[in-house]
Design a protein around this ligand. Structure first.
Ligand code: PGA
Ligand code: ZN
Length: 423
């Protein structure tokens, strides 16, 4: 195994025009690879901390020059000459940082290094990145993930027109990535045309490319989703199912969920979501309750039963301790995995292992602030994710991942995972 020769970083811009990092790793064996770092907006409280400059005169304090320095000075000094074994590299990063939430060196700096080292090692070995990532966890890729793709957005990724963050399309009957994308593009176009008719204006899109019209309520958002599926000549529930990211932490206040003008209790919220799942072909519900409302999650999970998977994003923050708590309390049965919520590939792999031990479903997810880098597609295939969640089909920072999936599909001939059963 090669040793690390050098690590460098530069500040670049993400899809929201905010600074982020690109980290480059050079191995003594000659391989050189870079990785770009994504960033969330609807973040969980338990997430690892990005290091931002805090200088109000530059990018409103969001600059990443301090994180760049973290890479080029303390991290490069600590790792230079070390073998590129992923767990050793990541453990060095964790020890060097020394905080519980990566606040000293920055989770953004740490993630960039973790991925860049892995990518350079794959290059050095001459294996596709997804195969290298699979080997890292002792897995051999057997399938491609089912895509869940944003159609409509609200909440923190749009203007807050509806509290629910995302309604996503799940191309359930597609047997290939290519076919799934073709189906989703048809529904997206049908929805955009209908929005033009209904709201007589070209609609603005949200951070992840979802359409964001001023829906009267969540039911209208779901009705229009089903209508767009049908307008594209597809059968709702058979060809195209629905996933939701409720992101409920972001409209929860003092024990109440604020839906429109209503202030719902947790039991009322559970009843409402159960009704949505019964009335519409919904197969996946993410963050139906707030991240600290642990008390009510088990009832939510029980209410959804086998109708839809109960996915924890803000609840879990890809954090092994929180995942263990959710397993012990039967709070959900699916993990949304975002590597930068925890910081390194090694820690994220432990989160994946825990979820799989509990026989949970796993979605590997991008962030609302993304880059043109495509490593997420390799990660989702390499780690055998059941779903991949990247955003919509109209922006290149999202398409970079879908296009990479198509390349992997062409070269690997792997089938798309058999989920969901049609509803
Ligand atoms: P974020 O949103 O990247 O803004 O956190 C994505 C999600 O909530 O799933
Ligand atoms: Zn989410």
């Amino acid at each position: 195994m090669s040793t690390i020769h050098n690590l460098q970083a530069i500040e670049i811009l993400d899809s929201r025009g905010r600074p982020t990092l690109e980290v480059t790793c050079e191995l003594a064996g000659g391989a050189r690879a870079s990785a770009q770092v994504p960033s969330g907006a609807s973040t969980g409280q338990a997430e690892a901390m990005e290091l931002r400059d805090g200088d109000p005169g530059r990018h409103s304090g969001m600059g990443c020059r301090k994180a760049v320095l973290s890479v080029s000075v303390p991290i490069a000094n600590a790792l230079r000459g070390q073998t590129a074994k992923q767990s050793d590299v990541d453990n060095t990063l964790i020890a060097l940082d020394g905080t519980a939430n990566k606040a000293r060196l920055g989770a953004n700096a740490i993630l960039g290094v973790s991925i860049a080292v892995a990518r350079a090692s794959a290059l050095q070995r001459g294996v596709p990145f997804y195969r290298y990532l699979a080997e890292m966890i002792g897995h051999s890729p057997k399938s491609l993930p089912r895509m869940t793709i944003n159609l409509f957005s609200g909440g923190k990724h749009a203007g807050g027109q509806v509290p629910v963050q995302d309604v996503l399309l799940v191309p359930a009957s597609a047997t290939t990535i290519d076919q799934g994308l073709t189906m989703v593009c048809a529904v997206y176009k049908a929805a955009a045309a209908a929005m033009m008719d209904n709201h007589s204006a070209r609609l603005l899109t949200a951070d992840e490319g979802g359409l964001a019209p001023p829906f009267a309520d969540v039911e209208a958002m779901l009705d229009d989703t089903v209508a767009a599926i049908a307008a594209a000549g597809l059968r709702p529930g058979d060809d195209m199912s629905i996933a939701m990211d409720i992101a409920a932490s972001h409209f929860y206040d003092d024990g109440r969920y604020l839906i429109g003008t209503e202030k719902c209790t947790a039991p009322e919220m559970i009843e409402r979501i159960e009704r949505w799942v019964r009335d519409y072909p919904i197969v996946s519900v993410e963050d139906p309750l707030a991240e600290n409302d642990w008390k009510h999650w088990p009832a939510m999970r029980a209410a959804l039963g086998d109708l839809a998977i109960t996915v924890g994003d803000d609840l879990l923050c890809t954090n092994p301790a929180r995942i263990q708590r959710a397993i012990d309390t039967n709070s959900c049965n699916a993990l949304l995995l975002k590597v930068n919520q925890i910081g390194t590939l090694t820690e994220a792999a432990e989160s994946l292992r825990l979820a799989r031990t509990a026989q949970w479903s796993v979605t590997i997810s991008a962030r609302s602030g993304e880059t043109e880098d495509n490593w997420l597609a390799d990660l989702a295939v390499g780690w055998g994710a059941d779903q991949i969640k990247v955003g919509s089909v109209t922006q290149s920072e999202r398409l970079a991942k879908y296009n990479r999936l198509m390349t992997i599909e062409e070269e690997s001939r792997l089938p798309v995972v058999n989920w969901p059963q049609s509803r």
